[in-house]
Ligand binder design. Structure first.
Ligand SMILES: C[S@@+](CC[C@H](N)C(=O)[O-])C[C@H]1O[C@@H](n2cnc3c(N)ncnc32)[C@H](O)[C@@H]1O
Length: 374
């Protein structure tokens, strides 16, 4: 251990001993300023303890259609109860539970409306699709230790969902009804595309290839904002075909080329001056992810760029989203992990990229961005 590591470990040990002492907690709860810090720590600790209940309140709002009902507010609890098929006291319990979470608000007695967060959720079908989808993660997390002990060897609700959607291991296991998956991907895509559009200019790019581009939702956003771009969509055969068709209908077939293939086995098409990897890298374990980056590097001429956009780990101010949420989500999914920008940049260097930089985004919960140059 280096001197610096020994010092840091010693500091954390002493600090934790102090924080764990009931005497310190009692004292901190009474001293001015310290009292305020102690209070906010206690609130955060309670939120940590109770967060699963808050998430289930949100889920009940979404699944009952309460957000849509409250859009018509102000309404009485009795009217709301009838519209969401609950007894009046059950509806009132839900409305009251949503109030401190800012999902609902009661500006006058028995006059219920959307709260501040509620207004955001109500106007956002993409976020509501995510809430619905999270019932699978909730099932898998019912016994978190069992999930971890299984070491990804057992199928989970999430791994079944992704395998069935064909989005993980290819088309061989794809089911017939993948509407929920497609809807989820399409509805959530604009969050990522908006971050990219706000932070990256495409003036100097002529040809953009989206690898793992699905049904082309990302390219549709970028292509609409930058009409000079020629667009390529690389995905598994039937996805690329359907995606390129949809994209061509939206933006003009002459701008769009579909490239069917498997990004682990086939060469990535050449002739593009930018390749994008949107919400792909974190889905894969280190060895295949490294192989994918090398495959992309081999397709690029010197100076051409790779744009990676996805939620990342250890982003200052958004740490829990990375390692706590996506860490467990991807573990339950059975493949991949969230990586920090430093880890991704090290992988890019190992794949042969000459340089890589992080591009700041306004909402890292939607995506962080790295641009690398071949
Ligand atoms: C999580 S989705 C992301 C789609 C899109 N980039 C987005 O952000 O909405 C993963 C995509 O990768 C594709 N894919 C998975 N494995 C692949 C492979 N081996 N070769 C090519 N595409 C693959 C899937 O078909 C799917 O469209």
């Amino acid at each position: 251990m280096s001197k610096w590591t020994t010092f840091k470990v010693g500091y954390v040990t002493r600090r934790n001993r102090v924080f764990a002492s009931p005497k310190f907690q009692h004292w901190a709860a009474r001293l001015p300023i310290i009292k305020w810090i102690a209070r906010s720590r206690a609130d955060a600790a309670f939120d940590l303890l109770a967060g699963f209940a808050y998430s289930q309140v949100l889920r009940a709002f979404v699944e009952s259609g309460l957000f849509d009902v409250l859009k018509d507010g102000p309404l009485s609890a009795a009217v709301i109860a009838a519209r969401i098929d609950l007894s009046e006291s059950a509806a009132l319990t839900l409305l009251r539970a949503g109030r401190p979470l800012m999902l609902s608000e009661e500006p006058a007695p028995d006059q219920w409306m959307l709260g501040e967060q509620g207004a955001v959720f109500a106007s956002n079908p993409g976020v509501q699709a995510m809430v619905r989808h999270h019932r699978l993660l909730y099932t898998d997390l019912a016994d978190p230790l069992a999930l971890l002990r299984a070491d990804r060897r057992e199928p989970t609700a999430l791994s079944r969902f992704w395998t069935y959607a064909g989005a993980l291991h290819g088309a061989s296991e794809r089911g017939t009804d993948t509407a929920e998956y497609s809807q989820l991907m399409a509805a959530s895509q604009h969050f990522v595309a908006d971050e990219v559009l706000a932070s990256v200019g495409f003036r100097d790019v002529e040809r953009l290839l989206d690898v793992g581009g699905g049904h082309g939702a990302f390219l549709r956003h970028i292509g609409a904002a930058w009409p000079h771009l020629k667009l390529g969509l690389f995905d598994l055969p039937e996805v690329a075909e359907a995606g390129a068709k949809l994209l061509g209908e939206a933006l003009g077939a002459s701008r769009v080329t579909g490239h069917p293939g498997n990004f682990f086995k086939d060469s990535v098409p050449q002739g593009y001056d930018m390749v994008s990897l949107i919400r792909i890298l974190h889905d894969h374990d280190d060895a295949p992810a490294q192989g994918l980056l090398a495959n992309i590097h081999a397709s690029l001429a010197p100076g051409a760029q790779l744009l990676i956009a996805e939620p990342m780990a250890q982003i200052p101010g958004a740490e829990p989203m990375g390692e706590a949420f996506f860490g467990l989500y991807l573990w339950a999914m059975g493949s991949g992990r969230p990586r920090s920008p430093a880890e991704i940049i090290a992988m890019l260097q190992a794949a042969g990229f000459a340089s890589a930089r992080v591009v700041a985004t306004a909402q890292p919960v939607n995506a962080s961005i790295i641009i690398a140059r071949a």
